[in-house]
Write a protein that binds this ligand. Structure first.
Ligand code: NDP
Length: 451
């Protein structure tokens, strides 16, 4: 009989923590888990899932318009923000209870409260002390607003999901995933939307052609993209709006100002100092390839480690941890060639190297590009253009990267990611028969390199 209450205690009931708890319990480990908000974590409760519902909602505006060119008579559709929020919340409640059921069915003991590590083998939750052989920290991250005068008048994505009304005018700050996605949501739903980014092009880190193409497309759809711009202060006006003063002295007024300027790891009040867990510059927990901290029996997975802040990466890390520690199968999370998508309008999806990354690593790079108006839109006056791009190592012929801006690009790139993981070459792509007529077939019909 173990000297501890549990074999594993997990702090944090999001994607990484729940996966680790379920898999470890499945191997017969005695597992307990605690969550201070709601089981499901950022992704399910206030991230990927509700965001995608809002992206769908926003896209209908364009769909109604495009449908007219296909003969549909769509008389002035109206939008009800409160109904969207209500239906979204109901679905989140359902998913939250599924997460709890999954844990119960796996045999994990469920706590609801803030967990603090007391010693390397004990955790406190709401006054109760629980002991465990191993502790896994999977507490995620939270949005952060840089300090500026009037920052209390700004919101983050956390609040955007629960606004009482759709803002007529909104300023979204940042140029990353969340900023670009929410600018698209607000713009699609009818808010006058400004996207304010401090750098010279949105989506830093993505392929340059993709960044330029997306900026142009979202501009065409009505988002006012302000580059090389920062906000100095935010004031409340007499009417309750937000007056923003930019660094160049110009001003703008909106009903909401939403900051999407990155997220920071949730490490406060976790007791990390008490037991001397090593953290990095932004408070992230430092771990090795097995997700182990500097203490032998304490591990961390997901956004709290600030490696790649994506749900599937957190679940992969949690699963590998559980397999290795409780399933007698040593597994290391592989952070290479992780595909991702930005659910902007149009979507961006990417896997592998960008052109500039490839040029740094390889001497002979070939790129293939295709830009076109999709068949679906050719009957309409919608001027959205799709861009697809492949990056090839000219020597080995291996496909190093695939990038796309366009409808369903996330769905398309998921399959391409399998090919790239499997080491596919350009000739493998070339001899694959396309599915016609589709947008995706363009990835197997690009024949002439552009550089
Ligand atoms: P990102 O890191 O993607 O983007 C942050 C943005 O804010 C960048 O444009 C950054 O500029 C800017 N920024 C940072 N600090 C400041 C500042 N002080 N003033 C002005 N601008 C600033 O973070 P997000 O918050 O968008 O998302 C967090 C993470 O969540 C993402 O990295 C992603 O991993 C994940 N995510 C994934 C999604 C998906 O898979 N679809 C959706 C949403 C989030 P700069 O580029 O100059 O640094």
């Amino acid at each position: 009989m173990s000297e501890y209450d549990y074999d594993l205690f997990v702090i944090g009931g999001g994607s990484g923590g729940v996966r680790a708890a379920r898999i470890a319990a499945g191997y017969g480990a005695r597992v307990a888990i605690t969550e201070e908000h709601r089981y499901g974590g950022t992704c399910v409760i206030r991230g990927c899932v509700p965001k995608k519902f809002m992206v769908y909602a926003a896209h209908f505006a364009e769909d109604f318009h495009d449908a007219e060119s296909y003969g549909w008579n769509v008389e002035s559709p109206t939008f009800d923000w409160n109904l969207l929020i209500k239906n979204k919340d109901n679905e989140i409640d359902r998913l939250n209870s599924i997460y709890i059921k999954l844990l119960e069915n796996a045999g994990a003991t469920i706590f609801n409260g803030h967990g603090t590590v007391l010693t390397p083998n004990s955790v406190q939750v709401d006054g109760d002390t629980i002991t465990a052989d191993k502790i896994l920290i999977a507490t995620g991250g939270s949005p952060f607003i840089p300090s500026l005068s009037g920052s209390e008048h700004a919101i983050t994505s956390n609040e955007a999901f629960y606004l009482e009304e759709l803002p007529e005018r909104v300023i979204v700050v940042g140029g990353g995933y969340i900023a670009v996605e929410f600018a698209g949501i607000f713009n699609g739903l009818g808010s006058k939307t400004e996207l304010v980014y401090r750098g010279d092009q949105i989506l830093r880190g993505f392929d340059q052609d993709i960044r330029d193409h997306l900026a142009e497309e979202i501009g065409k759809k009505g988002i006012q993209v302000l580059l090389n711009q920062t906000i100095e202060s935010i004031e409340l006006t007499a009417e309750g709006a937000r007056k923003v003063t930019y660094a160049n002295g110009e001003t703008s007024v909106a009903d909401q100002v939403m900051y999407a300027t990155g997220r920071i790891p949730n490490t406060e009040n976790l007791g990390l100092d008490t037991i001397n867990i090593e953290t990095g510059a932004t408070g992230e927990i430092l771990v090795d390839q097995y997700s182990r901290t500097n203490l032998d029996n304490i591990y961390a997975v997901g956004d709290v480690t600030d490696k790649i802040a994506l749900t599937p990466v957190a679940t992969m890390e949690g699963h590998c941890f559980a397999d290795t520690q409780f399933g007698n199968t040593e597994r290391i999370a592989d952070h290479r060639e992780v595909p991702s998508a930005v659910f902007s309008q149009p979507q961006v999806a990417t896997v592998g190297l960008t052109e500039s990354e490839a040029r740094e690593k390889f001497t002979h790079i070939e790129t293939y590009k295709s830009e076109f108006c999709s068949l679906k839109l050719s009957l309409t006056d919608n001027t959205e253009r799709t861009l697809m791009k492949l990056i090839i190592d000219g020597e080995s012929e291996r496909v190093l990267g695939a990038h796309m801006v366009g409808a369903e690009s996330a769905e398309i790139l998921q399959g391409i990611a399998i090919a790239i993981r499997a080491g596919a070459t350009k000739s493998d792509f070339d001899r694959t028969v396309g599915i016609h007529p589709s947008t995706a077939e363009e990835f197997v019909t690009m024949r002439t390199p552009v550089s």
